[in-house]
Design a protein around this ligand. Structure first.
Ligand SMILES: *Cc1c(COP(=O)(O)O)cnc(C)c1O
Length: 385
């Protein structure tokens, strides 16, 4: 948080606009709209709320099916169930770790054959990397199925030089505390059709009819963002380019430090876009090594996490159909998210690098017959062979 954010929040306090109406909300939406090519948008309480209203706009309802990548955070899938519909999970491709267009085509064809044409496809841009939108759109257009882009992790991410979350008729973003910019908690729904944004705004404020009396013809939700938090968002938008550059610099430093280490590689950077590296995610040669790194980091009081656990492995979604899942499972088993904050200092990052290097080097050494043992008892992998 910086002085800009504080100024806008102070203004909300001073003018007493502390609820879900006010100048910060209007200004935040206006500034955000500029980021997404002038598309209309509405600021909401969370990215999850935005997905929920987006699915309602697409007419998702009871007993419908909605396709969703299995490798994602649970918030991509949960709102499907809020509407009484069922997620159908599809595997990732290796180039981007996002929805695999070929698997998607297979899944849609099979669902159609069973008389269950999916009502929508949720496309996630994971960890700041764009999915292959051209290929995915191609498949969906053939079948006349609309896409909702879950760009919660992808503000600043580009697909073919354009910000993601602008191609599909509906897209969402998140400003949760862990995302690239934050409002502490919040989300944004973006649509091509201004009438859809107006409808979402109406639903987000309890569907209160524009009359003096409290009249409600439709079910409503308390999903609107607060004017105080929109003030934080206004300030954060101004630093987005810096945050993207900082996240990419963190990933580049890890990549340079680990380049010569065996069995450790940065998440691929797909050729079609700009990866913000919202998180610096690495793939380790085995699940055992991944866990050893997590443990060694924890012992040094450094928090790191595995990659998202695929949805088809979640007990809450045990009954949902799925197409593939092997790629997602492999990425989950071997993937590790290292500390990636834009405020991470060079010194702190070096501590992470030292621990990871020590674990990876000693584990590969124990597997290589040719190794040197130093007097201190540390083992070093032989680089010569
Ligand atoms: C964070 C996240 C969401 C949900 O956003 P919230 O603002 O936390 O509700 C949805 N999808 C993905 C992929 C996310 O990472």
């Amino acid at each position: 948080m910086g002085p800009l954010e504080e100024g806008y929040v102070r203004e909300a306090f001073a003018t007493n606009w502390v609820s879900t109406v006010g100048p910060n909300l209007e200004a935040f939406e206006k500034a955000f709209s500029e980021l997404v090519g002038g598309l209309p948008c509405v600021a909401l309480a969370s990215g999850t709320a935005a997905i929920h209203l987006g699915l309602k706009l697409l007419g998702v309802g009871k007993d419908d099916e909605v396709i969703c990548p299995t490798l994602t955070f649970a918030a991509s899938a949960n709102p499907i169930v809020y509407e009484g519909a069922r997620p159908v999970f599809v595997d990732s491709e290796r180039r981007s770790w996002n929805l695999d267009p070929e698997r998607l085509a297979e899944a849609i064809e099979d669902r159609v054959k069973r008389g269950r044409k999916p009502k929508a496809v949720v496309v996630v841009h994971l960890y700041g990397q764009s999915a292959d939108l051209d290929a995915i759109e191609n498949v969906c257009t053939q079948h006349g199925i609309p896409i909702l882009e879950d760009a919660a992790e992808a503000l600043g991410t580009q697909y073919k030089d354009v910000q993601v979350g602008t191609r599909a008729p509906l897209s969402i973003f998140s400003f949760n505390g862990n995302k690239i910019i934050t409002t502490s908690g919040g989300g944004m729904l973006v649509a091509h059709d201004p009438a859809w944004v107006a409808k979402a705004r109406f639903w987000s404020q309890q569907s209160r009819e524009p009359s003096i009396a409290y009249e409600h013809k439709e079910l409503g939700y308390n999903y609107r963002m607060s004017n105080v938090l929109a003030g934080i968002g206004r300030g954060q938008l101004a630093v987005l380019p810096e945050r993207v550059a900082a996240r990419r610099a963190v990933a580049a430093r890890y990549e340079a430090a680990f380049r010569d280490l065996p069995g450790l590689s940065l998440m691929p950077q797909a050729p079609w876009g700009l990866h913000t590296n919202w998180l610096s995610v690495f793939l380790v040669d085995s699940g055992a090594t991944r866990d050893a790194i997590l443990q060694a980091l924890a012992a040094e009081d450094i928090e790191a996490r595995p990659v998202w656990k695929p949805m088809h492995l979640q007990p809450v979604f045990a009954d949902c159909p799925r197409y593939g899942g092997e790629v997602a499972e492999d990425l989950f088993t071997r993937g590790i998210c290292l500390p990636s904050s834009s405020s991470l200092t060079i010194e702190d990052q070096q501590r992470v690098i030292d621990v990871v290097s020590r674990v990876v080097t000693s584990r590969s050494a124990t597997r290589t017959p040719a190794r040197q043992v130093t007097p201190g008892g540390e083992t070093w992998a032989s680089r010569g062979g």
